[in-house]
Design a protein. Structure first.
Length: 502
């Protein structure tokens, strides 16, 4: 019997009423294992109404109450991390260790939210004038929404909702319809932790659900992570409806390797950053820029390592890379490699025809490792965000040429430099046009108390996600100026117990 994933509204599972369902496949076998209910406009409205109703009390709750619940949720999440990782592997396909890592990075933001009392401390200036004080405080927005991608079905929602609800907001999550089960298990754990009904809601669906959240008058802010075209649409549409928006888009992350770099370390980093999680992550390194004469040696070192990666089902402990999320996506990724030679690339490794040998896995969404060398900037494999295990290597003669090449990209999510030269690294971090920079670190995803976000076509909106930016995004500032009369100036006959000394 096929499993059905329904919605979570007002603290309980609510069966889908639209009659529309989407298929959820096991990427390793290609078999449809689950149906997910797609929300109608009315069902989205019901979730927003539950969140709005819950805000009347949750928005006034004490910081102690909120953090107590979040601490309990953190303990439950930690205790069930293997279970959530298994759900991720079953629907996304990534190997279990990757899925566990995803849950661990999500836990970082829960940790941050547990300490929200520090983040929400206001400011006070006393005696700015005679008996006048000025205080700056931050207050919650109300109902906020999150629209999240398939590649991190647990981590990316946890980039959003822990801070949102810690700040006193209520939350409506629209996760990817391709791997919805992790979000439902998280909802159950939040309820078990004691989160009041309606504070956290989940609606599944497609463009109908997304558009309703973008236009709903009671949704005050929208957080999004996904591709650049959709991020631009989210930002434009939600902003036009008067909402605060943080919309994180796509990427083409470059790794600049200077001639003085440790090439073994650089090759190790390139392989893990390009092929980890099958390349289905916005912080993957998809372009290595080799400076000077090191290109041939670096490519050979990458090839040697890449050929040893074991591809297989995500629930096999021996697997280092799993399948892609859908057959359609697998075929699209393969097309970039199949057309690479015609576009002037040297195909060092071609994984487009890879199949996994194992009974029952014949229809899985399998693809192998691909490595393209001497890639021209005109090639589609370089220009597009492929979101798969395809690494492009470009050659330049100088550091300056490499920086210019990277800065010419329309994307500016993350980037890295590999070098032993501190001066060169310092120049790079100042001159490069990207929101996150790694120095001998290939995937510079910030820890939870710093904010994540790119530049250019990788971010739409003014706020990065989580960290201090996350707290500011989910609250709005208010400045209060007060003047109180001195009790000694009270009318005659009124004694407040203060000495009259003038």
């Amino acid at each position: 019997m096929t499993k059905i994933v329904n919605h979570w509204i007002g603290g309980k599972t609510v069966e889908g009423a639209s009659g529309t369902f989407g298929p959820v496949t096991d990427p390793a076998t290609g078999a449809v294992t689950t149906k997910v209910a797609f929300a109608s406009v009315e069902e989205v409205d019901a979730a927003v109404a539950a969140a709005k109703d819950a805000f009347t009390t949750w928005g006034q709750s004490s910081l102690a109450q909120r953090t107590t619940i979040l601490f309990r949720f953190r303990a439950l999440l930690d205790a069930h991390r293997d279970e959530i990782a298994e759900l991720i592997t079953a629907e996304h396909g990534k190997v279990h260790s990757d899925a566990l890592g995803e849950v661990a990075r999500g836990l970082e933001i829960v940790d941050l939210a547990c300490g929200i009392n520090v983040q929400l401390k206001g400011e006070l200036s006393t005696q700015v004038a005679g008996r006048v004080d000025v205080a700056a405080i931050r207050q919650p927005l109300g109902v906020v929404a999150g629209i999240t991608p398939f590649n991190f079905p647990a981590m990316v929602p946890m980039w959003m909702f822990p801070l949102a609800i810690a700040c006193g907001n209520t939350f409506v999550l629209k996760p990817s319809e391709k791997d919805p089960s992790a979000s439902m298990r998280i909802a159950e754990l939040l309820a078990e932790a004691g989160l009041p009904d309606g504070v956290f809601n989940v609606v599944h669906g497609d463009k109908v659900a997304v558009d309703r959240l973008l236009e709903h008058p009671d949704v005050k802010a929208v957080s999004f992570v996904g591709s650049t075209p959709i991020a631009r649409y989210i930002h434009t549409t939600a902003s036009a409806n008067g909402k605060r928006v943080q919309a994180l888009g796509g990427a083409k992350n470059h790794m600049l390797v200077l001639p003085d770099a440790d090439l073994d370390a650089a090759a190790d980093a390139a392989v893990s950053a390009a092929y980890g999680s099958a390349g289905e992550r916005c912080m993957a390194i998809s372009a290595v820029v080799a400076v000077g004469a090191i290109g041939d040696e670096l490519v050979e070192k990458i090839r040697e390592r890449a050929e040893k990666i074991k591809i297989g089902p995500g629930n096999d402990p021996a697997s280092e890379m799993g399948p892609l999320i859908t057959k359609v996506h697998r075929d699209k990724v393969a097309s970039y490699v199949e057309n690479a030679a015609a576009e002037g690339c040297e195909v060092v490794l071609d994984g487009s025809a890879y199949t996994y040998e194992g009974e029952g896995f014949e229809d899985g969404h399998w693809i192998g490792i691909s490595l393209l060398d001497k890639v021209p900037t005109s090639a589609k494999a370089y220009q597009d965000e492929i979101f798969g295990p395809v690494l492009c290597v470009l050659r330049v003669d100088t550091y300056e040429e490499g920086v210019a090449l990277i800065n010419d990209s329309p994307f500016g999510n993350g980037t890295a430099i590999f070098t032993r030269d501190g001066g060169a690294a310092r120049r790079f971090q100042l001159e490069i046009e990207a929101g996150m920079v790694g120095v001998n670190v290939p995937i510079p995803v910030p820890v939870g108390y710093h904010s994540f976000g790119g530049w250019k076509d990788s971010l739409f909106g003014d706020h990065h996600i989580y960290g201090n930016d996350g707290t500011h995004f989910y609250t709005r500032g208010k400045v209060v100026t007060t003047r109180w009369p001195d009790p000694a100036d009270a009318p005659a006959g009124v004694d407040l117990g203060f000495p009259r000394n003038h």
